[in-house]
Design a binder for this molecule. Structure first.
Ligand code: LLP
Length: 465
Protein backbone atom coordinates (compact mmCIF):
# COMPACT_ATOMS: atom_id res chain seq x y z
CA UNK A 1 0.00 0.00 0.00
CA UNK A 2 1.39 3.40 -0.92
CA UNK A 3 2.23 5.47 2.15
CA UNK A 4 2.40 9.23 2.49
CA UNK A 5 5.83 10.67 3.22
CA UNK A 6 6.18 10.95 6.97
CA UNK A 7 3.44 8.35 7.53
CA UNK A 8 3.22 7.89 11.32
CA UNK A 9 2.64 4.14 10.89
CA UNK A 10 -0.25 1.91 11.93
CA UNK A 11 -2.93 2.47 13.13
CA UNK A 12 -3.24 5.56 10.88
CA UNK A 13 -4.49 5.45 7.28
CA UNK A 14 -1.77 5.31 4.65
CA UNK A 15 -2.16 8.94 3.56
CA UNK A 16 -1.79 10.35 7.09
CA UNK A 17 1.11 12.70 7.75
CA UNK A 18 1.87 15.94 9.58
CA UNK A 19 1.99 19.20 7.60
CA UNK A 20 5.35 20.95 7.28
CA UNK A 21 6.44 24.17 8.95
CA UNK A 22 5.31 26.24 5.95
CA UNK A 23 1.68 25.00 6.07
CA UNK A 24 -1.19 27.18 7.29
CA UNK A 25 -1.31 25.05 10.41
CA UNK A 26 2.21 23.66 10.94
CA UNK A 27 2.20 20.13 12.28
CA UNK A 28 -1.48 19.51 11.66
CA UNK A 29 -2.57 16.02 10.63
CA UNK A 30 -3.33 15.70 6.93
CA UNK A 31 -5.65 12.90 5.75
CA UNK A 32 -6.15 12.15 2.05
CA UNK A 33 -4.45 15.46 1.32
CA UNK A 34 -6.85 17.47 3.50
CA UNK A 35 -5.75 19.11 6.76
CA UNK A 36 -7.83 18.52 9.87
CA UNK A 37 -8.51 22.24 10.32
CA UNK A 38 -10.13 22.38 6.91
CA UNK A 39 -12.09 19.19 7.65
CA UNK A 40 -13.36 20.57 10.95
CA UNK A 41 -14.22 23.93 9.37
CA UNK A 42 -16.17 22.35 6.54
CA UNK A 43 -17.83 19.42 8.27
CA UNK A 44 -17.74 20.24 11.97
CA UNK A 45 -16.80 17.86 14.78
CA UNK A 46 -17.15 15.13 15.71
CA UNK A 47 -16.79 13.60 12.25
CA UNK A 48 -15.89 10.19 10.89
CA UNK A 49 -13.23 10.67 8.23
CA UNK A 50 -12.55 7.82 5.80
CA UNK A 51 -9.48 7.69 3.56
CA UNK A 52 -10.89 6.37 0.29
CA UNK A 53 -7.55 5.31 -1.20
CA UNK A 54 -6.68 3.43 1.99
CA UNK A 55 -10.02 1.60 1.97
CA UNK A 56 -9.54 0.65 -1.67
CA UNK A 57 -5.96 -0.48 -1.11
CA UNK A 58 -6.96 -2.73 1.79
CA UNK A 59 -9.86 -4.18 -0.19
CA UNK A 60 -7.47 -4.92 -3.06
CA UNK A 61 -4.85 -6.35 -0.73
CA UNK A 62 -7.36 -8.90 0.63
CA UNK A 63 -8.71 -9.79 -2.80
CA UNK A 64 -5.29 -10.17 -4.39
CA UNK A 65 -3.82 -12.10 -1.46
CA UNK A 66 -6.63 -14.65 -1.45
CA UNK A 67 -6.92 -14.88 -5.24
CA UNK A 68 -3.19 -15.51 -5.55
CA UNK A 69 -3.04 -18.10 -2.78
CA UNK A 70 -6.10 -20.05 -3.93
CA UNK A 71 -5.15 -19.87 -7.63
CA UNK A 72 -1.90 -21.55 -6.62
CA UNK A 73 -3.76 -24.53 -5.14
CA UNK A 74 -6.22 -24.59 -8.03
CA UNK A 75 -9.48 -22.91 -7.04
CA UNK A 76 -11.20 -19.52 -7.03
CA UNK A 77 -12.13 -17.08 -4.27
CA UNK A 78 -14.75 -14.41 -3.77
CA UNK A 79 -14.17 -11.67 -1.22
CA UNK A 80 -17.30 -10.19 0.31
CA UNK A 81 -16.92 -6.88 2.13
CA UNK A 82 -18.80 -7.25 5.44
CA UNK A 83 -21.01 -4.18 5.30
CA UNK A 84 -21.81 -4.28 9.00
CA UNK A 85 -18.42 -2.65 9.64
CA UNK A 86 -19.45 0.49 7.72
CA UNK A 87 -21.93 0.68 4.89
CA UNK A 88 -22.83 3.74 2.89
CA UNK A 89 -23.73 3.90 -0.79
CA UNK A 90 -20.26 5.24 -1.68
CA UNK A 91 -18.48 2.66 0.47
CA UNK A 92 -20.42 -0.18 -1.19
CA UNK A 93 -19.41 1.24 -4.59
CA UNK A 94 -15.76 1.40 -3.61
CA UNK A 95 -15.90 -2.25 -2.52
CA UNK A 96 -17.49 -3.28 -5.81
CA UNK A 97 -15.05 -1.23 -7.90
CA UNK A 98 -12.22 -3.06 -6.16
CA UNK A 99 -13.69 -6.41 -7.16
CA UNK A 100 -15.36 -7.27 -3.87
CA UNK A 101 -18.91 -8.45 -3.32
CA UNK A 102 -21.00 -7.25 -0.40
CA UNK A 103 -22.13 -9.18 2.64
CA UNK A 104 -25.22 -7.76 4.38
CA UNK A 105 -26.82 -8.66 7.69
CA UNK A 106 -30.22 -6.94 7.50
CA UNK A 107 -32.78 -5.46 5.13
CA UNK A 108 -31.24 -2.03 5.77
CA UNK A 109 -27.75 -3.11 4.73
CA UNK A 110 -29.24 -4.91 1.73
CA UNK A 111 -31.07 -1.74 0.68
CA UNK A 112 -27.86 0.33 0.83
CA UNK A 113 -25.92 -2.23 -1.23
CA UNK A 114 -28.70 -2.29 -3.83
CA UNK A 115 -28.88 1.51 -3.88
CA UNK A 116 -25.15 1.49 -4.65
CA UNK A 117 -25.87 -0.59 -7.72
CA UNK A 118 -24.35 -3.81 -6.42
CA UNK A 119 -26.11 -6.58 -8.37
CA UNK A 120 -28.20 -8.88 -6.19
CA UNK A 121 -26.16 -11.84 -7.40
CA UNK A 122 -23.07 -10.29 -5.75
CA UNK A 123 -24.74 -9.83 -2.36
CA UNK A 124 -25.06 -12.23 0.55
CA UNK A 125 -27.70 -11.96 3.29
CA UNK A 126 -26.93 -13.05 6.83
CA UNK A 127 -28.85 -12.92 10.10
CA UNK A 128 -29.86 -15.35 12.82
CA UNK A 129 -33.44 -14.04 12.87
CA UNK A 130 -34.28 -12.69 9.44
CA UNK A 131 -37.79 -11.34 8.99
CA UNK A 132 -40.06 -12.51 6.19
CA UNK A 133 -39.64 -9.02 4.74
CA UNK A 134 -35.86 -9.38 4.64
CA UNK A 135 -36.01 -12.83 3.08
CA UNK A 136 -38.61 -11.56 0.60
CA UNK A 137 -36.38 -8.62 -0.38
CA UNK A 138 -33.44 -10.98 -0.89
CA UNK A 139 -35.55 -13.19 -3.16
CA UNK A 140 -36.98 -10.25 -5.04
CA UNK A 141 -33.53 -8.85 -5.82
CA UNK A 142 -31.96 -12.18 -6.66
CA UNK A 143 -29.48 -12.13 -3.79
CA UNK A 144 -26.69 -14.58 -4.60
CA UNK A 145 -26.79 -16.37 -1.28
CA UNK A 146 -28.97 -16.43 1.77
CA UNK A 147 -27.02 -17.80 4.70
CA UNK A 148 -29.47 -19.77 6.82
CA UNK A 149 -28.87 -19.95 10.53
CA UNK A 150 -31.43 -22.41 11.89
CA UNK A 151 -33.58 -25.36 10.89
CA UNK A 152 -36.71 -23.24 11.21
CA UNK A 153 -35.24 -20.75 8.79
CA UNK A 154 -34.66 -23.48 6.21
CA UNK A 155 -38.42 -23.99 6.17
CA UNK A 156 -39.21 -20.29 6.06
CA UNK A 157 -36.86 -19.52 3.18
CA UNK A 158 -38.12 -22.59 1.34
CA UNK A 159 -41.75 -21.54 1.80
CA UNK A 160 -41.16 -17.93 0.76
CA UNK A 161 -39.18 -19.03 -2.31
CA UNK A 162 -41.84 -21.59 -3.26
CA UNK A 163 -44.55 -18.91 -2.99
CA UNK A 164 -42.67 -16.90 -5.60
CA UNK A 165 -41.87 -19.87 -7.77
CA UNK A 166 -38.20 -19.16 -7.10
CA UNK A 167 -35.27 -21.34 -6.13
CA UNK A 168 -33.25 -19.69 -3.37
CA UNK A 169 -29.46 -20.19 -3.28
CA UNK A 170 -28.63 -21.07 0.30
CA UNK A 171 -25.58 -21.60 2.47
CA UNK A 172 -25.83 -23.17 5.90
CA UNK A 173 -24.00 -21.38 8.70
CA UNK A 174 -22.28 -23.89 10.92
CA UNK A 175 -20.35 -23.63 14.15
CA UNK A 176 -17.19 -25.63 14.23
CA UNK A 177 -16.28 -25.27 17.90
CA UNK A 178 -13.28 -23.09 16.99
CA UNK A 179 -13.22 -20.25 19.47
CA UNK A 180 -11.34 -17.21 18.25
CA UNK A 181 -11.32 -13.47 18.55
CA UNK A 182 -10.78 -10.58 20.85
CA UNK A 183 -13.76 -10.63 23.21
CA UNK A 184 -16.44 -13.10 24.24
CA UNK A 185 -19.14 -11.03 22.60
CA UNK A 186 -17.38 -11.14 19.24
CA UNK A 187 -16.34 -14.80 19.11
CA UNK A 188 -19.06 -16.61 17.29
CA UNK A 189 -18.25 -20.25 16.64
CA UNK A 190 -18.16 -21.84 20.06
CA UNK A 191 -21.21 -23.80 21.15
CA UNK A 192 -22.82 -21.61 23.78
CA UNK A 193 -23.99 -18.68 21.66
CA UNK A 194 -26.79 -17.90 19.26
CA UNK A 195 -25.20 -18.25 15.81
CA UNK A 196 -25.19 -21.14 13.42
CA UNK A 197 -25.73 -24.87 13.55
CA UNK A 198 -23.26 -27.05 15.33
CA UNK A 199 -21.19 -29.73 13.62
CA UNK A 200 -21.36 -31.61 16.95
CA UNK A 201 -24.41 -33.56 18.14
CA UNK A 202 -27.17 -31.37 19.57
CA UNK A 203 -29.31 -31.82 22.70
CA UNK A 204 -31.71 -34.21 20.93
CA UNK A 205 -29.03 -36.65 19.78
CA UNK A 206 -29.18 -37.93 16.21
CA UNK A 207 -27.62 -35.93 13.38
CA UNK A 208 -25.61 -32.87 14.28
CA UNK A 209 -27.73 -29.76 13.69
CA UNK A 210 -25.42 -28.70 10.85
CA UNK A 211 -25.90 -32.00 9.03
CA UNK A 212 -29.63 -31.97 9.71
CA UNK A 213 -29.91 -28.50 8.16
CA UNK A 214 -27.87 -29.47 5.09
CA UNK A 215 -30.10 -32.51 4.55
CA UNK A 216 -33.19 -30.35 5.04
CA UNK A 217 -32.00 -27.86 2.41
CA UNK A 218 -31.31 -30.67 -0.06
CA UNK A 219 -34.81 -32.01 0.51
CA UNK A 220 -36.53 -28.70 -0.43
CA UNK A 221 -37.07 -28.20 -4.16
CA UNK A 222 -37.28 -24.41 -3.71
CA UNK A 223 -33.77 -24.29 -2.23
CA UNK A 224 -30.41 -24.81 -3.90
CA UNK A 225 -27.64 -25.79 -1.53
CA UNK A 226 -24.70 -23.62 -2.49
CA UNK A 227 -22.38 -24.34 0.37
CA UNK A 228 -21.32 -24.24 3.98
CA UNK A 229 -20.49 -21.09 5.93
CA UNK A 230 -18.35 -20.61 9.02
CA UNK A 231 -17.46 -17.37 10.81
CA UNK A 232 -15.34 -17.91 13.89
CA UNK A 233 -15.09 -14.47 15.46
CA UNK A 234 -13.60 -11.01 15.11
CA UNK A 235 -10.30 -9.18 15.61
CA UNK A 236 -8.43 -12.46 15.20
CA UNK A 237 -4.67 -12.04 15.15
CA UNK A 238 -3.64 -15.66 14.68
CA UNK A 239 -4.49 -17.45 11.42
CA UNK A 240 -4.60 -20.93 13.00
CA UNK A 241 -8.31 -20.63 13.86
CA UNK A 242 -9.24 -20.13 10.21
CA UNK A 243 -7.32 -23.28 9.25
CA UNK A 244 -9.00 -25.32 11.99
CA UNK A 245 -12.43 -24.06 10.96
CA UNK A 246 -11.67 -24.82 7.29
CA UNK A 247 -10.76 -28.39 8.21
CA UNK A 248 -14.00 -28.90 10.14
CA UNK A 249 -16.12 -27.43 7.36
CA UNK A 250 -14.42 -29.54 4.69
CA UNK A 251 -14.94 -32.69 6.74
CA UNK A 252 -18.63 -31.89 7.04
CA UNK A 253 -18.76 -31.27 3.27
CA UNK A 254 -17.18 -34.69 2.65
CA UNK A 255 -19.59 -36.39 5.10
CA UNK A 256 -22.53 -34.84 3.31
CA UNK A 257 -21.17 -36.02 -0.04
CA UNK A 258 -20.76 -39.51 1.32
CA UNK A 259 -24.34 -39.59 2.59
CA UNK A 260 -26.10 -37.92 -0.29
CA UNK A 261 -23.74 -37.82 -3.26
CA UNK A 262 -23.89 -34.00 -3.21
CA UNK A 263 -20.55 -32.25 -2.92
CA UNK A 264 -21.38 -28.59 -2.26
CA UNK A 265 -19.53 -26.10 -4.48
CA UNK A 266 -18.66 -23.42 -1.96
CA UNK A 267 -17.17 -22.92 1.45
CA UNK A 268 -17.20 -19.53 3.16
CA UNK A 269 -14.72 -18.96 5.96
CA UNK A 270 -16.21 -15.68 7.21
CA UNK A 271 -14.45 -12.55 8.38
CA UNK A 272 -12.61 -11.59 11.55
CA UNK A 273 -9.15 -10.60 10.28
CA UNK A 274 -7.54 -8.50 13.00
CA UNK A 275 -6.05 -5.02 12.66
CA UNK A 276 -3.68 -2.77 14.63
CA UNK A 277 -5.53 -0.41 16.95
CA UNK A 278 -2.47 0.91 18.78
CA UNK A 279 0.98 2.00 17.60
CA UNK A 280 3.31 -0.97 17.66
CA UNK A 281 0.54 -3.54 17.19
CA UNK A 282 0.65 -5.75 14.14
CA UNK A 283 -2.31 -6.53 11.93
CA UNK A 284 -2.87 -9.98 10.54
CA UNK A 285 -1.05 -10.17 7.20
CA UNK A 286 -3.60 -11.14 4.52
CA UNK A 287 -0.95 -12.80 2.35
CA UNK A 288 0.24 -15.04 5.17
CA UNK A 289 -3.30 -16.06 6.24
CA UNK A 290 -4.34 -16.62 2.64
CA UNK A 291 -1.34 -18.88 1.99
CA UNK A 292 -1.90 -20.87 5.18
CA UNK A 293 -5.64 -21.27 4.68
CA UNK A 294 -5.23 -22.20 1.00
CA UNK A 295 -2.61 -24.79 1.93
CA UNK A 296 -4.86 -26.21 4.65
CA UNK A 297 -7.84 -26.40 2.29
CA UNK A 298 -5.76 -28.15 -0.37
CA UNK A 299 -4.28 -30.65 2.08
CA UNK A 300 -7.59 -31.54 3.71
CA UNK A 301 -9.35 -31.96 0.36
CA UNK A 302 -6.57 -34.23 -0.79
CA UNK A 303 -6.80 -36.31 2.39
CA UNK A 304 -10.57 -36.56 2.04
CA UNK A 305 -10.36 -37.27 -1.69
CA UNK A 306 -12.79 -34.44 -2.51
CA UNK A 307 -12.52 -31.79 -5.17
CA UNK A 308 -11.57 -28.30 -4.02
CA UNK A 309 -14.51 -26.01 -3.27
CA UNK A 310 -14.72 -22.39 -4.39
CA UNK A 311 -13.87 -20.37 -1.28
CA UNK A 312 -15.19 -17.06 -0.03
CA UNK A 313 -14.30 -14.79 2.86
CA UNK A 314 -15.99 -11.78 4.49
CA UNK A 315 -13.55 -9.22 5.91
CA UNK A 316 -15.09 -6.03 7.31
CA UNK A 317 -12.84 -4.47 9.92
CA UNK A 318 -9.62 -5.27 8.03
CA UNK A 319 -10.86 -3.29 5.02
CA UNK A 320 -12.38 -0.22 6.66
CA UNK A 321 -11.06 -0.10 10.23
CA UNK A 322 -7.68 1.54 9.69
CA UNK A 323 -9.06 3.70 6.86
CA UNK A 324 -11.22 5.62 9.35
CA UNK A 325 -10.35 8.29 11.88
CA UNK A 326 -12.72 10.15 14.21
CA UNK A 327 -12.06 13.84 14.52
CA UNK A 328 -13.20 15.52 17.75
CA UNK A 329 -12.76 18.91 19.38
CA UNK A 330 -11.59 19.13 22.98
CA UNK A 331 -14.00 20.91 25.30
CA UNK A 332 -12.62 20.65 28.82
CA UNK A 333 -9.41 19.38 30.41
CA UNK A 334 -9.43 18.34 34.05
CA UNK A 335 -6.51 16.94 36.07
CA UNK A 336 -7.54 14.33 38.62
CA UNK A 337 -5.32 12.95 41.39
CA UNK A 338 -5.52 9.16 41.30
CA UNK A 339 -4.24 6.58 43.79
CA UNK A 340 -2.79 3.56 42.03
CA UNK A 341 -2.91 -0.07 43.18
CA UNK A 342 0.52 0.35 44.79
CA UNK A 343 -0.77 3.27 46.87
CA UNK A 344 1.22 5.88 44.94
CA UNK A 345 -0.65 8.90 43.64
CA UNK A 346 -0.45 10.27 40.14
CA UNK A 347 -2.30 12.75 37.96
CA UNK A 348 -4.57 11.72 35.14
CA UNK A 349 -5.78 14.33 32.71
CA UNK A 350 -9.45 13.89 31.76
CA UNK A 351 -9.84 15.31 28.28
CA UNK A 352 -13.50 15.70 27.27
CA UNK A 353 -14.39 15.73 23.59
CA UNK A 354 -17.60 16.64 21.78
CA UNK A 355 -18.73 13.02 21.12
CA UNK A 356 -18.23 9.81 23.04
CA UNK A 357 -19.93 6.45 23.54
CA UNK A 358 -22.67 7.38 21.05
CA UNK A 359 -20.16 7.57 18.18
CA UNK A 360 -17.92 4.75 19.44
CA UNK A 361 -19.45 2.22 21.80
CA UNK A 362 -16.56 -0.24 21.47
CA UNK A 363 -14.53 0.89 24.51
CA UNK A 364 -17.61 0.61 26.76
CA UNK A 365 -18.88 -2.58 25.14
CA UNK A 366 -15.67 -4.57 24.70
CA UNK A 367 -13.06 -2.63 26.65
CA UNK A 368 -11.56 -1.82 23.23
CA UNK A 369 -8.36 0.24 23.29
CA UNK A 370 -7.67 3.09 20.88
CA UNK A 371 -4.94 5.61 20.13
CA UNK A 372 -5.50 9.38 20.08
CA UNK A 373 -3.36 12.39 19.23
CA UNK A 374 -3.74 16.14 19.36
CA UNK A 375 -3.77 16.75 15.61
CA UNK A 376 -4.35 20.45 14.98
CA UNK A 377 -0.80 21.47 15.89
CA UNK A 378 2.52 20.12 17.06
CA UNK A 379 3.31 20.57 20.72
CA UNK A 380 6.77 20.66 22.22
CA UNK A 381 5.38 19.84 25.67
CA UNK A 382 6.15 16.48 27.29
CA UNK A 383 3.49 13.78 27.22
CA UNK A 384 1.25 13.28 30.24
CA UNK A 385 -1.10 10.44 31.14
CA UNK A 386 -4.55 11.21 29.79
CA UNK A 387 -7.97 9.63 29.38
CA UNK A 388 -10.17 10.84 26.56
CA UNK A 389 -13.83 10.90 27.57
CA UNK A 390 -17.06 11.91 25.90
CA UNK A 391 -19.93 14.19 26.83
CA UNK A 392 -22.49 11.59 27.90
CA UNK A 393 -24.08 11.26 31.32
CA UNK A 394 -22.15 8.16 32.18
CA UNK A 395 -18.74 7.62 33.75
CA UNK A 396 -18.09 4.66 31.43
CA UNK A 397 -18.25 7.10 28.51
CA UNK A 398 -14.60 6.57 27.64
CA UNK A 399 -13.18 7.13 24.16
CA UNK A 400 -9.54 6.29 24.86
CA UNK A 401 -8.77 4.62 28.13
CA UNK A 402 -5.13 5.55 28.39
CA UNK A 403 -2.93 7.64 26.13
CA UNK A 404 -0.12 10.14 26.42
CA UNK A 405 -1.15 13.60 25.30
CA UNK A 406 0.94 16.78 25.36
CA UNK A 407 0.77 18.53 28.74
CA UNK A 408 -0.62 21.66 27.09
CA UNK A 409 -3.67 19.93 25.56
CA UNK A 410 -6.47 22.46 25.87
CA UNK A 411 -10.02 23.41 24.96
CA UNK A 412 -10.35 24.01 21.24
CA UNK A 413 -7.69 21.47 20.26
CA UNK A 414 -8.55 19.03 17.52
CA UNK A 415 -8.08 15.43 18.62
CA UNK A 416 -8.16 12.38 16.35
CA UNK A 417 -8.75 8.77 17.30
CA UNK A 418 -7.24 6.25 14.88
CA UNK A 419 -8.72 3.04 13.44
CA UNK A 420 -12.37 3.87 14.10
CA UNK A 421 -13.53 3.08 10.55
CA UNK A 422 -15.09 -0.25 11.50
CA UNK A 423 -18.04 -0.48 13.89
CA UNK A 424 -17.87 3.19 14.91
CA UNK A 425 -20.56 4.76 12.79
CA UNK A 426 -22.29 1.41 12.23
CA UNK A 427 -22.87 0.94 15.98
CA UNK A 428 -23.50 4.61 16.73
CA UNK A 429 -26.53 5.61 18.80
CA UNK A 430 -28.43 8.73 19.78
CA UNK A 431 -27.77 8.31 23.49
CA UNK A 432 -28.57 11.56 25.29
CA UNK A 433 -30.14 12.53 21.97
CA UNK A 434 -26.81 13.44 20.48
CA UNK A 435 -26.93 13.61 16.71
CA UNK A 436 -24.79 11.09 14.86
CA UNK A 437 -21.67 12.54 13.18
CA UNK A 438 -21.24 12.72 9.41
CA UNK A 439 -19.14 10.32 7.36
CA UNK A 440 -16.64 12.29 5.29
CA UNK A 441 -14.44 10.76 2.59
CA UNK A 442 -11.04 12.26 1.83
CA UNK A 443 -9.06 11.67 -1.32
CA UNK A 444 -6.49 13.55 -3.42
CA UNK A 445 -6.76 16.77 -1.44
CA UNK A 446 -10.56 16.98 -1.38
CA UNK A 447 -13.24 15.95 1.09
CA UNK A 448 -16.71 14.71 0.26
CA UNK A 449 -19.68 14.17 2.54
CA UNK A 450 -20.96 10.58 2.28
CA UNK A 451 -23.51 10.70 5.09
CA UNK A 452 -24.52 14.08 6.48
CA UNK A 453 -24.61 14.91 10.17
CA UNK A 454 -27.90 14.17 11.86
CA UNK A 455 -29.74 17.21 13.14
CA UNK A 456 -31.96 17.73 16.14
CA UNK A 457 -34.76 18.22 13.58
CA UNK A 458 -34.09 14.67 12.34
CA UNK A 459 -34.58 13.42 15.89
CA UNK A 460 -37.68 15.52 16.51
CA UNK A 461 -39.16 14.33 13.23
CA UNK A 462 -39.30 10.78 14.59
CA UNK A 463 -41.08 11.85 17.77
CA UNK A 464 -44.80 12.04 17.08
CA UNK A 465 -45.58 13.87 20.29
N1 LLP B 1 -19.07 -12.32 8.48
C1 LLP B 1 -19.93 -12.59 9.48
C2 LLP B 1 -20.88 -13.67 9.33
C3 LLP B 1 -19.89 -11.83 10.65
O1 LLP B 1 -20.73 -12.12 11.62
C4 LLP B 1 -18.96 -10.78 10.77
C5 LLP B 1 -18.91 -9.98 11.98
C6 LLP B 1 -18.08 -10.52 9.70
C7 LLP B 1 -18.17 -11.32 8.57
C8 LLP B 1 -17.07 -9.41 9.71
O2 LLP B 1 -16.17 -9.52 10.74
P1 LLP B 1 -14.86 -8.56 10.74
O3 LLP B 1 -13.99 -8.97 9.58
O4 LLP B 1 -15.32 -7.17 10.59
O5 LLP B 1 -14.23 -8.81 12.05
N2 LLP B 1 -19.21 -5.19 16.34
C9 LLP B 1 -18.02 -5.93 16.73
C10 LLP B 1 -17.75 -7.14 15.97
C11 LLP B 1 -18.93 -8.03 15.77
C12 LLP B 1 -18.92 -8.44 14.39
C13 LLP B 1 -19.95 -9.46 14.12
N3 LLP B 1 -19.78 -10.11 12.89
C14 LLP B 1 -16.83 -5.02 16.89
O6 LLP B 1 -17.03 -3.83 16.98
O7 LLP B 1 -15.70 -5.49 17.02
Amino acid sequence: MERAEGWPGEPWPSSAHRAGADAGHPGELVLGGVGVHALAAEHGTPAYVVDEADFRARARAYREAFETAFARVGTGVDVYYAGKALLTVAVARWAREEGLRVDTASGGELAVALRAGVPGAEIGLHGNNKSDGEIGAALEHGVGRIIVDSLAEVDRVAALAAERGAVAPVMVRVTTGVHAGGHEYISTAHEDQKFGLSVNPGPDGGDAPAMAALLAVLARPSLRLLGIHSHIGSQILDGAGFEAAARAVLRLRADLAERTGTLVEEVDLGGGYGIAYLPGEEALDPRAVAEDVAAAVATVCEELGTELPRVSIEPGRAVVGPAGVTLYRVGTVKPVLVTGEDGATFTRLYVSVDGGMSDNIRPALYGARYHAEVVGRRSAEPGVLARVVGKHCESGDIVVHEVELPADVRAGDLLAVAATGAYGRSMASNYNLLTRPPVVAVRDGASRLLVRRETVEDLLALDLG
